[in-house]
Design a protein around this ligand. Structure first.
Ligand SMILES: Nc1ncnc2c1ncn2[C@@H]1O[C@H](COP(=O)(O)OP(=O)(O)O)[C@@H](O)[C@H]1O
Ligand SMILES: [Mg+2]
Length: 255
């Protein structure tokens, strides 16, 4: 099962939610692989991995086999394929290739049976990276903030995802929208939350990820929040998101 974390907006929590949801699932004994597909390499840095050139870029460019780019992490059952700034060259290199949308899919196919979940962390745009990720995926999770600009750009992103589904990957499904850095005391937040629920019925995860300094600090220790501060509201939120994630996956399996 392959799941992309994508939104064209930056700073909404794609990387944070990918790392922490993956860690919560790994601690429930699911085997999870995180693919850092952002040239900014925040997954790689946030889990304290030194890739030494063994990255998703070197896999895509055919320099090394994918198995040799898989790294262990401090979290048992959680593995990473790291990234570095070389990945930013990928776009130009595949520009004229007619299968340019399917590079990542072609490489991940051989790993599907070895992991319960493969998560792909996308950069903040709907360019060739996110398109590759969505072509490889069964599901997309869309992190959002409950602010005005999140709502404003969202319909456009949603349409782009629908277009990719229709034209390139019919099996792609929207697993859900995760509202991040939520503060129920903020009135605008409640209003935006209600708009998301109204326009995308059934798509918004019940779990809200609170704004938490512990969540923000954890990557500087190379850890997910469930290991950095196991009994904190942030860690609790990701445990509950993991439960809901499994529920939603099962609903699709049984449908
Ligand atoms: N729930 C949260 N509480 C506090 N800080 C958060 C939370 N989610 C994300 N952040 C912080 O906000 C910034 C952007 O998050 P990030 O996951 O990197 O977003 P994206 O990958 O969408 O660009 C990071 O500095 C991150 O630590
Ligand atoms: Mg990111």
């Amino acid at each position: 099962m392959i799941i992309s974390f994508a939104n064209q907006k930056g700073g909404v929590g794609k990387t944070t939610i990918a790392i922490n949801l993956a860690s919560a699932l790994a601690s429930s004994e699911f085997k999870v692989l995180l693919v850092d597909f952002d040239p900014q390499s925040h997954i790689t840095v946030g889990l304290d991995i030194d890739p030494q050139g063994k990255t998703i870029y070197s896999v895509l460019s055919g320099e090394i086999p994918i198995d040799s780019a898989i790294f262990e992490t401090k979290v048992e059952n959680l593995f990473v394929i790291p990234s570095d700034e070389n990945l930013s060259g990928f776009e130009a290199e595949v520009f004229e290739d007619e299968r340019k949308q399917f590079y990542l899919k072609d490489k991940l196919t051989s790993l599907q049976s070895k992991y319960d979940f493969i998560f792909i962390d996308c950069p903040p745009s709907i360019g060739i990276y996110t398109v590759n990720a969505l072509c490889a995926s069964d599901f997309i999770i869309i992190p959002v903030l409950a602010d005005f600009f999140s709502l404003e750009g969202f319909s456009k992103f949603f349409k782009a995802v629908e277009l990719i589904k229709v034209s390139l990957n019919p099996k792609l499904e929207i697993l859900g929208i995760v509202i991040n850095m939520y503060d129920k005391r903020v009135r605008l937040g409640k209003e935006v939350e209600e708009e998301f629920m109204k326009y995308f019925p059934g798509k918004v995860f019940r779990t809200r990820i609170p704004k938490s300094i512990k969540i923000a600090e954890a990557p500087s220790f190379g850890l997910p929040v469930i290991l950095y501060k196991p009994s904190s509201p942030g860690a609790d939120a990701f445990s509950s998101l993991a439960e809901e994630f499994l529920e939603r996956i099962n609903q699709f399996k049984n449908a």
